[in-house]
Design a protein around this ligand. Structure first.
Ligand code: NAP
Ligand code: GDD
Length: 357
């Protein structure tokens, strides 16, 4: 049985990746932070309390933090994983302007702490670095592996540091280390303060009569939005090939926030102009205007191709948020997921009994 370690397992991608690896027969270990409230709601549906009588699930959680190198070394040395997926980060771009030093510590230095733990422990683990299209910043679209980086936020600068460290450890220490340069990917499990989920949650709350207005920032930037479960498949593909290399992952289709609003509100027959207000708080000191992936290399060398397109993604997310709030949903997004992925993902149960809390 192969062993994988996931940092950031409680996040959107970490939870989908854990499901994927368990379905492939891996023993999955995840690092979680100690929090004063439960932070494992995206994992509860796959976790089985070992004290219970249910079927065994090979998912194990360990306390750790990217700011503490001693625990990272212990975790890696004790588990001796075959694959490490480093997804943990302070991942919010707007927040990185408020907390630039902290973001550099967690998102940038956190990476070198993991790479050093691999090197010092002598564990022969393959390493995946969650690099980001945000590193392209002001670079002209479409962006691919050859596009020069022009980071425009503390988050992007921290990710760029981590990107180069990953390449350096690959070249200097022969570690099988790869950068997945992923463009924005979303899902019903997306963090609530990223723009897509903020919008789809608002659509549901407005439909339920619980919210009057939705306050947003810049509506003109363009993003290449894909469906997160497909992106974690690309992560696995990158670690399961002969040679380590870096790959851009995205759909090759970009839309503005306005277009997202059109689709999300239009799906439930609302006109977003009646509900959206602009709040300058959500503007960024420097914005990334246009991200558009050229993922030809991933298509060619990994055989990776997105199946869920923009309009379908929006419908999946709106359906999920309507259900979450207890309203009936039009169901087109739900049907797409059931047909193409076998099941409507369970994603937001209330936490009850993670035994190692
Ligand atoms: P996310 O939902 O924000 O999850 C981030 C994860 O990092 C959470 O599990 C979080 O734990 C953990 N974390 C934060 N600070 C930590 C610390 N000090 N020590 C240990 N863990 C810490 O992010 P995501 O959307 O799943 O993205 C996964 C990774 O891909 C991130 O590195 C992100 O920057 C990168 N990325 C994301 C996208 C995207 O569009 N989603 C695109 C490109 C790259 P808590 O749950 O306790 O907060
Ligand atoms: N979050 C947020 N909230 N964004 C808003 C809002 C708002 O109220 N109003 C407008 N936006 C705009 C932002 O200014 C940005 O141009 C765009 O919506 C997308 O913002 P986010 O959803 O926060 O995502 P992001 O593109 O900044 O960052 C995400 O994608 C990166 C990959 O390109 C994050 O997941 C990063 O971790 C990831 O690396």
């Amino acid at each position: 049985m192969k062993k994988a370690l996931i940092t950031g397992i409680t996040g959107q991608d970490g939870s989908y990746l854990a499901e994927l690896l368990l379905s492939k027969g891996y023993e999955v270990h995840g690092m979680i932070r100690r929090a004063s409230t439960f932070n494992t709601r995206r994992l509860d549906h796959i976790y089985h309390d070992p004290h219970g009588n249910g079927e065994e699930v090979h998912l194990y959680l360990h306390y750790g933090d990217l700011t503490a190198s001693d625990t990272l070394l212990d975790i890696i040395y004790n588990i001796r994983p075959d694959e490490i997926y480093h997804l943990g980060a302070q991942s919010h771009v707007r927040v990185s302007f408020d907390m630039p030093e902290f973001t550099g510590d967690v998102t940038g230095l956190g990476t070198v702490r993991i790479l050093e733990a691999i090197r010092k422990s002598g564990v022969k683990a393959r390493y995946y670095q969650a690099s980001s299209s945000e590193m392209f910043g002001g670079a002209k679209p479409p962006q691919n592996e050859q596009t020069p980086f022009e980071p425009r936020s503390p988050y992007a600068a921290a990710k760029l540091y981590a990107y180069w460290l990953t390449r350096n450890y690959r070249e200097g220490y022969s570690i099988f280390a790869v950068n997945g340069i992923l463009f924005n990917h979303e899902s019903p499990r997306r963090g609530e303060t990223f723009v897509t989920r903020k919008i789809t949650r608002a659509v549901a709350a407005i439909m339920a009569g619980q919210q009057r207005y939705l306050y947003l920032g810049n509506l003109d930037s363009r993003r290449d939005w894909g469906y997160a479960p497909e992106y974690v498949e690309a992560m696995w593909m990158m670690l399961n090939r002969d040679q380590p290399d870096d790959f851009v992952i995205g759909t090759g289709e970009a839309h503005t926030i306005r277009e997202f609003l059109d689709e999300a509100f239009g799906y439930v027959n609302l006109d977003w102009h009646d509900y959206v207000r602009i709040d300058a708080r959500y503007f960024r000191p420097t914005e990334v205007d246009y991200l558009l992936a050229d993922a030809a290399k991933a298509r060619r060398e990994l055989g990776w191709e997105p199946r869920v397109r923009f309009r379908e993604l929006v419908r999946i997310m709106v359906d999920a948020d309507l259900e979450l709030i207890g309203l009936p949903c039009p169901g087109e997004g739900k049907r797409i997921v059931e047909e193409r992925f076998g099941q409507w993902h369970r994603w937001d149960q209330q936490v009850v009994s993670m035994d190692n809390h």
